[in-house]
Design a protein around this ligand. Structure first.
Ligand SMILES: NC(=O)c1ccc[n+]([C@@H]2O[C@H](COP(=O)([O-])OP(=O)(O)OC[C@H]3O[C@@H](n4cnc5c(N)ncnc54)[C@H](OP(=O)(O)O)[C@@H]3O)[C@@H](O)[C@H]2O)c1
Length: 249
């Protein structure tokens, strides 16, 4: 049977893909949207229209408005969060989602906003990534303490942003005849979001966190008992980072 999905953060960079995937899979899909968003951002207004025309329901509300949030969650079997990482506070706003899920009862699964490295395994993060990802950890702990069935998606480098740029967030694509060497390690001097992106690049490419995550998860020894996506979805045509890099012209 198809589950009713509520996406919180469905107008965001990652969230819009989650909404599309949910609709494509045929799930009744609702999106919690802030009332002022469409007026403030014409592109997001168009996106919302497109989602509605594909059958999604827009539910006007805000994570910070508890009653409306509980009412929206009561209509859902599965709650997917894709709130952003602009600050630890934005990430921690999900503690309010956890409280609302507890009050609503009946939610079968919650997916907190993750979609990056496994924050329980990444030990060598520079700021601001350390604080922001620390907030993701506090959300994980709250979800577990509340006993809410959940799935944490750690996509590491399996996403379309940094890898095609070979770790240079400021590039438009793969390097052709030049590479950028960033500073002397004082990544915090860059402005957000570049400093966040560089801290993640540092953790994965320099400190080897992505390698650690993949190795630990494959051996089944991850603290969160992770399952490799290639094991979950054997029919998907996956490639390794090495294969991808080798495929570049
Ligand atoms: N692996 C990767 O490379 C990668 C890359 C980027 C992001 N991520 C992760 O993906 C997740 C989503 O990030 P993103 O960049 O897609 O975020 P984003 O583009 O900033 O979108 C954030 C979404 O959250 C919504 N939101 C924020 N506060 C809200 C509130 N109080 N009430 C209701 N909605 C609220 C925003 O709504 P409005 O439209 O109203 O602002 C927006 O839809 C994060 O966990 C991030 O760390 C991973």
């Amino acid at each position: 049977m198809l589950s009713s999905i509520l996406v919180i953060g469905g107008t965001g960079m990652i969230g819009q893909h989650l909404v599309t995937a949910s609709l494509d899979a045929g799930h009744p899909t609702a999106i919690l949207v802030r009332p002022a968003t469409a007026d403030a951002d014409a592109d997001k207004a168009k996106l919302m229209e497109a989602f509605e025309s594909c059958g999604a329901s827009l539910v006007y509300g805000d994570i910070n408005e508890h009653e409306g949030l509980v009412a929206a969650i009561k209509q859902a079997d599965v709650v997917i969060s894709a709130v952003g990482h602009s600050s630890p506070e934005e990430v921690e706003s999900q503690l309010k989602i956890v409280a609302a899920i507890q009050e609503a009862g009946g939610v079968q699964r919650f997916l907190p906003s993750e979609y990056g490295c496994d924050v329980e395994l990444a030990k060598q993060m520079l700021e601001p990534a350390r604080s922001i990802l620390g907030a993701k950890l506090r959300v994980r702990e709250a979800v577990r303490a509340a006993g809410i069935p959940h799935t944490i998606i750690s996509s590491n480098w399996s996403q379309g942003f940094l890898l095609p740029r070979a770790g240079n967030p400021e590039a438009n694509g793969p390097p052709d005849n030049s590479v950028t060497i960033f500073g002397d390690g004082k990544l915090q001097e860059s402005q957000f979001p570049l400093n966040f992106q560089l801290a993640v690049v540092h953790a994965t490419l320099v400190a080897g966190e992505a390698k650690l995550t993949a190795k630990t998860t494959t051996n089944g020894a991850s603290s969160s008992k992770g399952v490799e996506a290639t094991e979950l979805y054997p029919d998907m045509n996956c490639m390794t980072v090495e294969q991808y890099l080798d495929s570049l012209p």
